[in-house]
Ligand binder design. Structure first.
Ligand SMILES: *[C@@H]1O[C@H](CO)[C@@H](O)[C@H](O)[C@H]1NC(C)=O
Ligand SMILES: *[C@@H]1O[C@H](CO)[C@@H](O)[C@H](O)[C@H]1NC(C)=O
Ligand SMILES: *[C@@H]1O[C@H](CO)[C@@H](O)[C@H](O)[C@H]1NC(C)=O
Ligand SMILES: *[C@@H]1O[C@H](CO)[C@@H](O)[C@H](O)[C@H]1NC(C)=O
Length: 385
């Protein structure tokens, strides 16, 4: 059968519990799913608590399915600890995302995971647990996304040579963070950081520890002490292609122009930033060939013309957020909707709280481009007429 390979390929991308359901569709599919070809492929999909339950009934499958990427959230379920440990310790994971609320199995989970490259932790951890990470020889990406404040002062400085770090947790000791970033100077290309606890000088120190030949992605959350100096330092990261800053206040237009000079961005988030003007938007347009997502929400100094050109020129755009851009009117929508490849990739266009936006024009747009989710002044999605 000719399309067998295609079906097999699709199956390798499915969640395990979807796979379990597919298996029941027909004999052909049952056969495919149980064929060697599929079992010998690596499974790149999630494997959640639900999948585990689904797969209990033919758990023998675990022996040959090669699961590389596991997302394991333990909510308030009654689960058998041993069962979980046994199952997971048989897997050779490259990526693990975990949130364990009740189970205390963190160390058991990591024991056999010497191949692990990416780890995302969504629960409070202790220094003892952090210590285990130093024994993972291939760990490159560490994402700590923890809602609660951690009780201990996490000794982050013991980790080395990471390529991506996310520190979205409270109560991080500034020296430990600096040490961690310094230890990865040669390798670090992506940093996400919650910076509400840092003052201006501490943030400058962090930025000074970053390698300008390496940094490609920088997301700074909740920092409220920006300066032109800081923006100009960021502008030196010439490989930067994903940037998120929020509420950068008292920033000059010239600094913003500098920040976007000569760089090809894929993602830009400039929520509520001062100094973002039409000239800055035009600076972005100059090299917008790769731009996929832009968020210019709550910037009151951008007008129709620059946004219209942006929408016409940035062919790769998928998501555009213009929430609260009060100066915009329907004139920002390109006049010729048949213009080249207009909106080919666009999926989200958000004009919430733009009070001069006219629904009837947005409805026309929606009618032409049914695949775009268009949000009006009230935050409602425009239905096609
Ligand atoms: C895996 O899980 C994450 C987090 O729940 C989700 O965002 C992602 O879409 C899932 N991927 C697949 C292939 O199901
Ligand atoms: C980090 O990488 C550097 C340079 O490649 C190497 O010399 C050093 O031993 C590594 N450190 C650790 C703790 O692996
Ligand atoms: C864009 O900005 C708005 C307004 O602050 C925010 O609600 C939204 O989450 C942002 N979206 C993205 C994808 O950054
Ligand atoms: C919206 O556009 C329609 C037709 O283009 C027009 O009749 C109407 O007055 C406009 N409404 C506002 C609030 O501008």
């Amino acid at each position: 059968m000719e399309n067998k390979n295609i079906i097999l390929l699709i199956f390798t991308y499915l969640e395990l519990n979807d796979l379990a359901r597919c298996e029941q569709v027909c004999l052909n599919w049952h056969h495919f799913i149980n064929s060697d070809t599929l079992q010998n492929r690596k499974i790149f999909s999630n494997f959640t608590y639900d999948s585990l339950q689904q797969f209990k009934w033919h758990s023998k499958k675990f022996q040959y399915l090669k699961i590389k990427d596991l997302v394991f959230y333990e909510e308030d379920f009654k689960i058998n600890k041993k069962d979980i440990i046994n199952t997971i310790s048989k897997l050779e994971l490259e990526s693990l995302t975990i949130k364990l609320n009740q189970l205390n199995v963190f160390d058991h989970l990591l024991v056999n995971q010497k191949q692990l490259r990416k780890l995302e932790i969504r629960m409070p951890i202790t220094n003892q647990q952090l210590q285990l990470l130093t024994q993972l020889p291939h760990l490159e990406q560490l994402h700590l996304r923890i809602q609660k404040r951690t009780d201990e002062n996490l000794k982050l400085g013991q980790l080395h040579n990471l390529s991506a770090i996310s520190l979205q947790l409270q109560g991080m000791n500034h020296q430990e963070v600096l040490q961690m970033i310094q230890n990865s100077y040669e390798t670090l290309s992506e940093l996400e950081i919650d910076a509400d606890e840092y003052n201006h000088d501490e943030m400058i120190q962090i930025v000074n520890c970053l390698n300008k030949d390496k940094i490609e992605k920088l997301y700074i959350y909740y920092f409220n002490d920006y300066s032109d100096l800081l923006i100009l330092k960021l502008s030196q990261f010439y490989k930067l292609n994903k940037l998120s800053i929020f509420k950068a206040q008292n920033i000059q237009e010239d600094s913003m122009l500098q920040l976007f000079q000569n760089k090809y961005f894929e993602e830009i988030n400039l929520n509520q930033c001062d100094g973002v003007t039409d000239r800055v938007v035009f600076q972005i347009i100059k090299r917008c060939q790769r731009l996929k997502c832009i968020n210019l929400s709550w910037n009151v100094n951008i007008f129709d013309h620059s946004i219209m050109i942006l929408l016409e020129e940035a062919m790769q755009l998928e998501e555009v957020y213009l929430i609260g851009c009060k100066q915009l009117t329907t004139e920002c929508i390109p006049k010729n909707l048949y213009f080249r490849n207009l909106f080919k990739k666009l999926r989200i266009l958000n004009f919430e709280s733009c009070n001069a936006m006219n629904d009837s024009k947005l409805k026309k747009l929606k009618n032409q481009f049914k695949y775009i989710k268009i949000i009006n002044y009230y935050g409602d999605e425009i239905d096609k007429i």
